[in-house]
Ligand binder design. Structure first.
Ligand code: ATP
Length: 609
């Protein structure tokens, strides 16, 4: 029902604008302010405005460069400079000659000229929709729950709000828009009654209405940066736990952000790579293959003919991580949706650190090279090469790879899905327990399955981190205790790792141990674990509420990214309906693991296969 609390929310949203005024020593001129206010006002009425992408070709950057008249691809055809620039690129790049040769041959092997990732994914979805034979229909029915009906959004071209002020204003507009949506929904419920959705969904607050969820999603797509990243993290959730309208809105967020206009894109490229950046390329496609949370990705062809993906960071997002997250926190606070036991401040601190690392593409390049080395001898995985000569702190150029994103492999045959599920779990266990270095962003788009080579192409290493040896040793002991149903072992290791203090109530300890056993279930029995018939996520969510209520300490810092990744790996197996010999994979790791402190063995628990 419309209440004074809703009005307070509306005012809190608007007060963000006022706050920003007070904080700023030099307020913007009134014309800009008026324009921004208008933009926010437009957003209040649905936040759905924005120009659809229309790529008109600009005048060529110099006389030696030519734009095609037909589409978004611009060709740079200066032959003389092509040779010298190609040589310069080869000289400055840190990849060695073997790597460059390898890059060319790998690229030829992997890049089928006409197909791109999106096409394949769309094709699969189309196949599902148009299944005609009984077999196809049966397969479609089998995978149907794994593919929610998604409303496709046409990408909008909108400038990234790049200054702290324009970003704060965007959040203020969103805050006010959400409050307005809440008022509308409350009024609707007053007149027509609370909608009777399935399960307990009718109990959701009017804040979580369908229109508010969509409003939030579209605003995040326009803002991009840290806020969108958080939305995308939330979007990787089990369908059975999240109400359908919210899930649909989060899917919008997951599909990608709005697109930077060409002028803004060129500004970033010139500033990062110098005005002659195009001299290293044969062509550059101004239509992005993806608009992600922190940057958008474009295809280009290098002078040696190799196709590459250039990830170009949105301006201003790196400098506004702190303020973006504070604004998200403000929004969350006045929704009253955050339970106390979430220790939001701690989670926010960790998120800020992770996001600032992700904005440093030099760090990402280093992570990617490290993973490439670590996985060099492992069958079934491929990490694309980094092209240092066309990379900087805000631009990352890597070899272009093909593949179907993991969430879209549901229509492939069972054997292939089992293979992919097994490979994903093998990789996850290896990263943590063998490499002690993990890519912690479980976004399904980061794993591209190439059907021809049966290889999972891995991309996006911005969120990679090391785990200390002692943490890894104890975590492995804890996972084994969970798998073996050993409650003393779970409690002992959880205390050592900092998940509990030991002073918790019996209710909390019991919930903690039960949650551990549920997560350990796939590893508990010899043979194959069938992720198609699991209810891990539902069981955990019941215990989660108890744990949030009775928790005495936030989880250790390492746990945030780690648990995001582990649950991402499980959810991927559930989503694709894989059947995986989980215990065998775990015991294989355990058998070869060298514990740092050999004397300290797990108090109980067997390692029988
Ligand atoms: N080397 C590549 N080959 C093919 N496609 C790529 C490559 N690099 C990036 N992409 C495409 O661009 C998308 C976004 O790239 P990436 O995940 O690296 O960006 P990000 O900003 O870290 O994204 P996110 O917000 O998902 O974390 C990928 O999902 C993929 O579709």
């Amino acid at each position: 029902m419309a209440s004074s609390k809703d009005l307070t929310r509306l005012l809190t949203g608007l007060s963000l604008v006022a706050n920003e005024f007070v904080k700023r020593s030099s307020p913007p001129d009134f014309q800009t302010l008026f324009k921004n206010a208008l933009l926010s006002a437009t957003d209040l009425s649905g936040i759905t405005k924005g120009n659809l992408r229309q790529f008109s070709n600009p005048p060529p950057p110099s006389s030696s460069h030519h734009a095609t008249a037909s589409d978004s691809v611009v060709f740079f055809t200066d032959h003389a400079s092509s040779q010298s620039h190609s040589a310069a690129a080869a000289a400055t790049t840190t990849t060695n000659v073997d790597d460059v040769d390898h890059l060319s041959s790998e690229a030829n092997r992997r890049q089928s000229p006409d197909a791109n990732v999106g096409d394949v994914a769309v094709q699969i979805t189309e196949d599902l929709r148009s299944a005609k034979t009984a077999d196809e229909a049966a397969t479609a029915a089998e995978v149907a729950p794994a593919l929610p009906v998604v409303r496709k959004r046409r990408p909008r071209e909108r400038k990234v709000p790049a200054t702290p002020f324009s970003r704060a204003l965007g959040f203020a507009g969103l805050g006010a828009g959400l409050a307005w949506g809440t008022l509308q929904e409350s009024a609707k419920r007053l007149a027509f009654g609370t909608p009777n959705l399935q399960g307990n969904q009718s109990a959701f607050s009017p804040f979580l209405s369908e229109s508010n969820a969509e409003r939030l999603a579209l605003a995040l797509c326009r803002m991009r940066g840290a806020a969108l990243k958080i939305g995308q993290m939330l979007s990787i959730q089990d369908e059975s736990l999240v109400p359908a309208p919210i899930l649909a809105a989060l899917e919008i967020v997951r599909q990608g952000a709005d697109v930077m206009p060409k002028s803004q894109l060129n500004q970033v490229l010139n500033a990062e790579l110098g005005p002659d950046w195009s001299s290293k390329l044969i062509s550059f496609d101004y239509e992005p293959i993806a608009a992600a949370s922190i940057g958008q990705v474009h295809q280009a062809v290098m002078k040696d003919g190799v196709r590459v993906a250039m990830k170009i960071q949105y301006p201003g997002v790196a400098d506004s991580i702190d303020s973006d997250i504070e604004n998200v926190k403000l929004l969350l606070n006045y929704t009253n949706l955050i339970p106390k036991g979430l220790y939001l401040d701690r989670a926010i601190k960790v998120a800020k650190e992770e996001l600032s690392r992700e904005c440093d593409y030099k760090l990402e390049a280093a992570n990617q090279k490290r993973f490439r080395d670590l996985l060099a001898g492992t069958d079934g995985f491929y990490v694309p090469l980094v092209v240092d000569a066309i990379s900087s702190k805000r631009v990352l150029t890597t070899e272009l790879v093909n593949g179907i994103p993991i969430d879209k492999v549901a229509l492939l045959d069972q054997e292939t899905r089992n293979y992919i599920g097994g490979k994903l779990l093998e990789l996850t266990l290896k990263e943590l327990f063998v490499f002690q270095f993990m890519q912690t962003d479980p976004n399904w788009g980061n794993f591209l399955f190439d059907e021809v080579t049966k290889t999972i192409n891995l991309i996006d290493f911005g969120a990679a981190r090391d785990y200390p040896k002692r943490f890894v040793d104890d975590y492995l002991r804890m996972v084994l205790a969970c798998a073996n149903g050993d409650s003393d072992g779970v409690i002992e290791m959880s205390m050592r790792l900092g998940f509990i203090t030991g002073e918790e109530s019996d209710v909390m300890l019991d919930a903690h141990v039960q949650a551990g056993f549920i997560v350990g279930l796939p590893f508990s029995k010899p043979g194959e674990y069938d992720f198609r018939s699991t209810n891990i996520t539902q069981s955990i969510s019941h215990l989660g509420a108890t744990m949030l209520k009775h928790r005495l300490t936030p989880p250790p810092d390492e746990a945030y990214s780690l648990h995001r990744k582990l649950s991402g790996a499980f959810l991927a197996c559930i989503k694709i309906g894989a059947v995986v010999p989980c215990r065998k994979l775990l015991l294989e790791i355990y058998k070869h693991h060298k514990f740092g402190d050999e004397n300290e063995i797990l108090s109980s628990g067997s390692v029988s296969a």
